[in-house]
Design a protein around this ligand. Structure first.
Ligand code: GAR
Length: 196
């Protein structure tokens, strides 16, 4: 059965674009099993919006405002409408920087997947790359995990280690982490969504 996915993103959108490239534009074998049906951005004018429109004009892109907690209920209601309209099976977070409510997350057990730029459970939350660099760990990495009501604590699907070399800077580490993200997110999704 084909799995219909919606991508949620907040900013630059390199992961969203990479997934679209892998599963939509490029038309890989997994294309039959994984369909990117819509993209939602919660930040007005986030670069991801124009990037997706340009790269894949056939994928609908929605802007649903969610900056402060007061907007969350409205955001989640609208999101649920889109999920129903497009018969979405999986919610893929790709640089989505807001917290989904416990109520919302509980409605979609094992159907919301996130990528986080550290080896969870280390360095949860925002600025994980910077936190790892400043802490001085020698190894960090990337985690793909299911989203549960507790932040960055859901069951781990896939992880890859990134070594921090002596010569690395915060910037070079960020580049390495993004490169690893772009490599493993499609693989992890193919493993989960392409399985049955
Ligand atoms: C990525 O590094 C992603 O792992 C991180 O935001 C970045 C988004 O980059 N997500 C989190 O920190 C979630 N807690 P992108 O917009 O270029 O994909």
């Amino acid at each position: 059965m084909q799995k219909k996915c919606i991508i949620l993103a907040s900013g630059n959108g390199s992961n969203a674009l990479n997934l679209i490239h892998e599963f939509h534009t490029q038309g890989k074998a997994a294309f039959d099993k994984i369909n990117i049906s819509a993209v939602v951005a919660n930040v007005e004018n986030a670069p991801v919006i124009d990037k997706v429109r340009l790269a894949a004009p056939d994928i609908p892109v929605f802007f649903l405002p969610y900056a402060s907690v007061s907007e969350r209920e409205c955001f989640e209601n609208e999101l649920e409408n889109i999920i129903r309209k497009y018969s979405i099976n999986y919610i893929i977070l790709a640089g989505f920087m807001k917290i989904l409510s416990k109520e919302f997350v509980s409605k979609f057990p094992y159907k919301i997947i996130n990528i986080h730029p550290s080896l969870l459970p280390a360095f949860k939350g925002r600025d994980a790359i910077k936190k790892a660099f400043e802490y001085g760990v020698k190894y960090t990495g990337v985690t793909v995990h299911y989203v549960t009501p507790e932040i960055d604590a859901g069951p781990i699907i896939y992880q890859e280690v990134v070594k921090i070399e002596e010569y690395d800077t915060a910037e070079s580490l960020e580049t390495k982490i993004h490169k690893t993200e772009h490599k493993i997110y499609p693989v992890a999704l193919e493993k989960i969504l392409g399985a049955n």
